[in-house]
Design a protein around this ligand. Sequence first.
Ligand code: ADP
Length: 690
Amino acid sequence: MMIVFLDNKTTIASIMPNQDSEIKDGKLNIENEIIANIGPIKLDGEWLFFWDRFLTPQQFDVKNEDSFIVDVPNNWNDYKINEVERYGHATYLLNVKVNEADLGEVVSLYIPNVATAYDLWINGEHLVSSGKVGKNRKEMKPHEHPEIITFTIKQSEFDVLIHVSNFHQRKSGLWNSLTFGTVEQINELKSKNILLQSFVVGCILIIGFYHLVIFYYRTTDLSALFFAITCFAIGLRTMILREKLFFVVFPQINWEIGVTIEYLAAIYGILFFLLFIMREIAFEKIKKINIVFVFLLLFYSLFVVFTPARIFTNTYTFLEILIFLIVVTIISISIYGVKMKFKSAYLNLFGLFVLALAVLNDLLFYSNKISTDEFVSFGMLFYLFTQSIRLARRSAKSYERNEKLSKELQTLNTLLETKVEKRTKELQIVNTKLREMENARRRLLASVSHELNTPLTFIQGYVKAMMDGVVPKEDSTYLRAVYKDTQMMARMIEDLQELSTLESGQFTFQLEDVDIRLFLRQLYEEQRPSFKEFDLNFTYKEQVAKVNIPVVCSIDPIRIKQVFNNLIVNAQKFTPAGGIVTVEVEIPAKENENEIKVSVIDTGIGIDKHDIPYIFERFYKVNGKQYYSEKGSGLGLVITKEIVENHGGEIGVMSKIMEGSSFYFTLPIKEENNGEKKNNTSSRRRRKDS
Ligand code: ADP
């Protein structure tokens, strides 16, 4: 005889034992078959059942008296036999007829959990005890552990006699199938079951540890913690329920504590899963419902802890209803998630669907309504796996987002750097300009005060001389000199004001379309008489490409006249008597055919090449010697340049010392384009930089 203490409760769908052989009236007849060919055989069917008595093998002859025929597996209180109650003791009997060929064969019987203690005999030989059977609670000792017994078939017909007593829990009697087969068949069954259960438990625990580590490194992520605890609870429950691996590791744990842990693992598994769900979903109503569930589970767990198994196992219906409601709620949430197109919603729903099927199966299985198997741990593993995918996807997405953000940040940084660089350069340029302007302003102020100071000193000198009587008061020469100086000062101030309005851009030019040839000729004519005074020769030359066509320029006539006259006056001033001043007009200019060029050429004193670049600056003095007359303020050329540039033209000079100077300015010609007049002036007009 060999008693093998191994876990065996569950048979897995894929290796389900053969159910073809029928058990009728407490008899299994397989005399026409070889066990090795048809096993393993589930011993489900009609067993003989003796309530309230322990029939001994010696009472063989009475076995058919006062017996019931009952369906195994089932709880005996579900038989609806009048005197049979949940708590009590009974004898099960099965007669097996085997083929002569199987005589001497060593076979095994796989006995899962029997509620809650039993003794087993085969053909009068006592083979195994689980716990201690008794006729009342005090006498018996509960124990539930799947076992395999191995025996040799000595006769072609033998009896399987089992005493069972239950005074401790909801389940009663042979509520789980027994399996019979050759030693190899049963061992294979057992190995596969253990392997599968270890696999399931291993996977669940690894998922749990993984999320615990995530929580360890990111303690704000409570989802990970709740999920990890759910995994541990489910893993523990799986270890207790199926192959009872838990009791292989901790054999000293007694039956009562084992059942309590089994219930608590289920309760806390669901409780932490609800907490996990609550963190994952956003809408408040469901959260409130979940809180109610959480509290109910919490109270129920206390109830389980503080009451004995015989009480709390009988409230299984309450737990059933609660789990059912929770599953319905979670499924509703998932359907809502799909509707609202939440992330991973389909995956979630699919996982839940599989789990819900497994839970439904188990509810029916444990209340003996169907005879399948315990599947919830597989369903749970699958669901936990889908949740892990969801969590993993979420963290991968957040990494991705992080990477994207840091890349964006990097580009933004570089962009910002270039922007800052650009702005700094711009600021530097503006700064330099401002500094130049400030210097120019200082220079201007210094020059203005100096320029005003000179005539003022003269005036003071004259007036003092008159007051001191050095100059007779009747002599008007000095007074006239004073008057000239004041005139000159007034002129200078006037010029400064004009220049300032021109430079500020506030000056508005009164533009008109003018036949430029006619206009210039008129200016020349106006100036001609003054040349006689200076004893200078004044001539006018035109180089015109198309003689008869009027050339139109858009100009402010008064201002252009000012430019022209200024150049003429300068030529008069710096050309000694007998010299020649020539006005030369090129239409169009040689350099640019969209412009006209007006030159005022003299045979005067000329300008040193070192001075040329500066003569368009304010108060620039050639040879350091300032020349003043009532017509000159040292600002004439600056104003002239400003006006020409405002018309979109250019001004310049070519000069040789002692030979003469040639001042010129250009003006854009107004083009006639496609019959539509287009003002070339405006398109080319530009302001001076400063
Ligand atoms: P101002 O009103 O004192 O003449 P401008 O700005 O018109 O001042 O001229 C500036 C300086 O340029 C003159 O002081 C003179 O030295 C020089 N300049 C201008 N025109 C001529 C010219 N035709 N020949 C020689 N020097 C000239």
